[in-house]
Design a protein around this ligand. Structure first.
Ligand code: UD1
Length: 429
C-alpha cells in the first residue's frame, strides 16, 4: 500500500482513540486461561489483533470480533499445544501465548517469534521465567518446546524490565502452585491492564513499583473486560498536531498514560490542556524549541514515540538529541527523513537533529510501524507531495488511520505499491 500525502493546513479538530493494540494482544493470549467465555471490549480492528484471533482459533478457541470492537472468546475446546508457524511468524505478539498454553495444557511448542524476518531477538527473559517455574525447555529448530505438568511459583529477577517477558510470566503464574514474584518487572500501562483483566477473572496479582506478585489460583472464570485506550495512537495525533502547528483534542484517553509525551510537548512550547478523558494541544507559538529525549521503560519516554518525535524535532528551532536505550537499531526512519530534507546524524544509539524550517515531499519507504507513522507525520508538514510505500505496516498499529487524519484536515490518497519496492526488515511490533 502506498500513501500519497499533500501538505496539510494545521490539523484541527478532535479524534477518538481506539483500544490499545499492545494491551489487546496479551489480554487475548491470557483469555485462554479463563474457563468458558470471555468478552473483551474496545478491541482495535488491526491486522495484529486479527492474527492473534486466528492463532487462538487454531488452538481450538472460538472467537468472534464484532463491528463495535467486542470480542467474544470461548476456550472450552482448547486442546492444541502447537502454535502454527505461519500465523506466529506474522507478529511478535504471538509469543505471548507461550505462558497461557504452558499453564493450561502443561506443554507448548511455539515458533521463535517473528521468524527470520526480524533476525534474532532475544526471548531469554521469557524462558528464564518459565524455567524458574519448573518448565523443561528446549529449542528444536525454529521452535521452542516446553513442558511442565504443574508450574510452581518462583522468584524471578528480570535483568531488564521487558514488557513481553513480564506479561508472559504473569500469565503463566496465575495458575501456578504457590506465589510467583517478578522483580524489576515492566510497569507499562498495558501490563497494569493485563493484571486488571486477570484479577477481574479471579487471579490474585498485585503490583508494587517494579515488583509483581502473583498468588496462584486453581482456575480463572468467565469475565467481561474493556481494553485501555492506545497511548501511542493518541501520542501520534498530538505530535502531528504540534508538527503542523495545529489544534487537536484526543478523546477517550487516560491522560496519565500520556504524561511522558505531553511533558515533552510542553517543554518545546506546545500548549497542553488535560481534562479527565481528553488531552488537547495548541501551538499558540508557531516557533517550537529544541529538546533532548531518552527512551526508557515506563514512566520514561516511550520508544514507540521516538521516531514520531524525530519528525517533530526536525522542524523545531535548535539542535535536539535523541538517545534510544530500549532497542539497538531503532533509527530506520532517519535515512527516510533525511530524504525529506531533515538534518539528522546518528552515532550508535544517538541521533542529533538540527531543526530546519520545513521538510520537503519525497519518495520514502516505511521501514516499520512507528517509523512509518513518523514519515506520515513529517509529510503532513512538508512542502510538496510525499509518497510513502509499504504503508500497510503502519496500519498494523492504527485503526482507521487515514480516515482519522483526513477528518483532522490531512490530505492522503491511498494506492497500491509498485512491485519494485525495496522493503527493509521490520524491527517492531
Ligand atoms: C513491547 C511492545 C513494543 C514496545 C516495547 C518496549 C508489544 C506487542 N510490543 O515489545 O511496542 O516498543 O514493548 O516498550 O507489546 N529483551 C531481551 N530479552 C528478552 C526480551 C526482551 O533482551 O527476553 C530486550 C529486547 O531485545 C529489547 C528490550 O528488551 O531490547 C525491550 O523489549 P521488550 O520490553 O520485551 O519489548 P516487547 O515486549 O518485544
Amino acid at each position: 500500500m502506498t500513501y500519497y500525502i499533500d501538505p496539510a493546513e494545521s490539523l484541527k479538530g478532535s479524534v477518538s482513540i481506539s483500544g490499545a493494540k499492545n494491551a489487546a494482544l496479551p489480554i487475548i493470549a491470557a483469555s485462554l486461561l479463563c474457563d468458558g467465555g470471555t468478552t473483551l471490549e474496545n478491541i482495535p480492528k488491526l491486522s495484529d489483533v486479527r492474527n492473534m484471533i486466528s492463532l487462538i482459533r487454531a488452538l481450538g478457541a472460538e472467537a468472534e470480533l464484532g463491528d463495535a470492537g467486542e470480542l467474544s472468546i470461548n476456550t472450552e475446546n482448547i486442546r492444541e499445544s502447537t502454535v502454527p508457524y505461519e500465523t506466529a511468524g506474522l507478529f511478535r505478539g504471538s509469543f505471548l501465548v507461550m505462558g497461557s498454553l504452558l499453564a493450561k495444557l502443561g506443554k507448548v511448542k511455539i515458533p521463535l517469534p517473528g521468524g527470520c524476518r526480524i533476525g534474532a531477538r532475544p526471548i531469554d527473559l521469557h524462558l528464564k521465567g518459565f524455567a524458574a517455574m519448573g518448565a523443561k525447555i528446549k529449542q528444536n529448530g525454529e521452535y521452542i518446546e516446553a513442558k511442565c505438568p504443574a508450574l510452581t511459583g518462583a522468584k524471578i529477577y528480570l535483568d531488564f524490565p521487558s514488557v513481553g517477558a513480564t506479561e508472559n510470566i504473569i500469565i503463566a503464574g496465575c495458575l501456578a502452585e504457590g506465589t510467583t514474584i517478578i522483580e524489576n518487572a515492566a510497569t507499562e500501562p498495558e501490563i497494569t491492564d493485563l493484571i486488571g483483566f486477570l484479577n477481574a477473572a479471579g487471579a490474585k496479582i498485585t503490583q508494587d513499583n517494579r515488583a509483581v506478585t502473583i498468588k496462584g489460583v486453581k482456575s480463572l472464570k468467565r469475565v467481561s473486560y474493556g481494553i485501555i485506550p492506545d497511548r501511542i495512537e493518541a501520542g501520534t495525533y498530538l505530535t502531528a498536531a504540534a508538527l503542523t502547528r495545529g489544534e487537536v483534542t484526543v478523546k477517550n484517553v487516560i491522560p496519565d498514560h500520556l504524561k511522558p509525551v505531553t511533558a515533552k510537548l510542553s517543554d518545546i512550547g506546545v500548549d497542553v490542556a488535560v481534562k479527565r478523558t481528553t488531552v488537547s494541544v495548541k501551538c499558540a507559538e508557531k516557533k517550537l524549541c529544541r529538546t533532548d529525549i531518552k527512551t526508557l521503560p515506563f514512566p520514561g519516554f516511550p520508544t514507540d514515540m521516538q521516531a514520531l518525535f524525530a519528525s517533530l524535532l526536525s522542524v523545531t528551532d535548535g539542535t535536539s538529541i535523541i538517545t534510544e536505550t530500549i532497542f539497538e537499531n531503532r533509527f530506520l526512519h532517519v535515512p527516510q527523513l533525511v530524504r525529506m530534507g531533515a538534518k539528522i546524524k546518528t552515532d550508535g544509539r544517538t541521533a542529533v537533529i538540527e531543526g530546519t524550517k520545513y521538510l520537503k515531499g519525497a519518495r520514502v519507504n516505511a521501514p516499520d510501524l512507528r517509523a512509518g507513522a513518523a514519515l506520515v507525520v513529517a509529510a503532513l508538514g512538508a512542502k510538496g507531495t510525499t509518497e510513502i510505500t509499504n504503508a500497510n505496516l503502519i496500519e498494523r498499529g492504527y485503526e482507521n488511520f487515514v480516515a482519522k487524519l483526513t477528518a483532522l484536515g490531512a490530505k492522503i490518497e491511498v494506492g497500491e505499491d509498485s512491485s519494485a519496492i525495496e522493503t527493509a526488515p521490520e524491527i517492531e511490533k
